[in-house]
Design a protein. Structure first.
Length: 184
């Protein structure tokens, strides 16, 4: 996609962003460059888009992130609070069995091992949030797929780098392999 600001692939097409925001990526990037956005924090760019250019909230965030990536101000997987790893898997188990495997300390130890983490919030059969000793955080979302299948999606945040994202994805993939055996 030969667009202004680099030839990296955008998260969505010019047509899609123009249909929802009234401008293409090229047009947004030129407008933001002219407004001095390279030197603005993320929050201020999103506010500029929303307040001055009437871009809806979610779309102002999307345009801001794509602009920051195109200008080398943000890497893929990077958020304002560091980097984020996302991993999901569908298990042949009920939502209640998976939720219990996360919230029961004995069961959790069988698949998560001696990981140094603590549950901070648990919403029965829906979410589990954890604080890790290294200062990172994770959230697990449970999405039933019928009575005997359930998808678990984990978002692990506050990571330090792209390489830590790769390592965390590998960690969760291996943990999910062990979790599958525990809930089988």
């Amino acid at each position: 996609m030969g667009m202004a600001g680099g030839s990296k692939k955008r998260s969505m097409s010019d047509e899609a962003v123009a249909a929802k925001t009234g401008r293409t990526w090229r047009e947004w990037f030129r407008l933001l460059d002219a407004a001095g956005a390279r030197k603005m924090p993320h929050r201020d760019i999103a506010r500029l888009l929303h307040n001055k250019h009437k871009v809806p909230g979610w779309w102002s965030q999307m345009v801001t992130v794509e602009y920051e990536r195109a200008r080398g101000l943000r890497a893929v997987h990077q958020t304002a609070a560091g980097f984020v790893a996302n991993v999901s898997r569908t298990f042949d188990a009920s939502v209640s069995a998976l939720y219990k495997a996360w919230t029961d300390a004995r069961l959790r130890g069988r698949w998560l091992g001696a990981a140094k983490c603590e549950i901070t919030t648990a919403n029965r059969n829906k979410t589990v949030r954890m604080a890790w000793a290294d200062g990172t955080r994770s959230e697990a979302y449970f999405n039933p797929r019928g009575t005997a299948r359930c998808q678990v999606a984990v978002q692990h945040s506050r990571l330090k780098s792209v390489s830590s994202v790769k390592a965390m994805k590998k960690f969760w993939s291996a943990a999910f392999d062990r979790l599958a055996a525990v809930v089988a």
